[in-house]
Design a protein around this ligand. Sequence first.
Ligand code: ADP
Length: 202
Amino acid sequence: MSEQTRFKAILLLGGPGCGKGTQGAVIGGFEHLCHLAMGDIFRALDKESDIGKEFLSYSTKGLLVPDELTVRVWKAHVDGRVASGDISRERHVLLLDGIPRTTDQVELMGAHVEILKVVHLVIRDQVILVERLKGRALKGSRPDDANDDVIRERLRVYDESTAPVLRAYNPSLIAEVNADQSPFAVLRDLSDCLAACVPTTL
Ligand code: ADP
């Protein structure tokens, strides 16, 4: 992908329990937005392939996959969808979820995407957040979330790893959405934000 042919993209950032998955699924259903979650792209790899095995060798240890490989897998996925006519640079804005996660990935992705906005879903009230995550754990989706200390550690790691990615973007590109509200209110604020930056010509 050359400079002129980069995809336009929105980067969706948000820590555990912020509702990013829910919001990404809803707005990713809009006709001209394509939601791309890096974790899903990795999990869709053939587990018997070399690249699939390499992914598992990292993810099963809780490690991030190396940057070059991550961006290569992402690009191969996007190229495949372009080739099949599923998405195009003219008609789609990509909604990036889970990539870039490091400053080196910010750099590498710069060759492929033009970031229109970095939307950060933020929950300020840690008490609400911890209760939300515990509620989710009780439903069985993430049993490791049942413990307060584990939750606080996950939140700390998220803040620590996200801060450099946020700093890598021009502050004028960053929008904070208060995720400390009902899903509908978050969706409304997120929609306002996207309405202001997604081209109306799509
Ligand atoms: P999690 O929130 O547990 O990291 P994800 O679904 O986002 O879940 O990712 C699953 C795994 O895929 C991660 O643990 C990591 O090994 C890999 N992964 C996802 N996104 C990236 C990325 N941007 N860079 C490197 N590795 C990634």
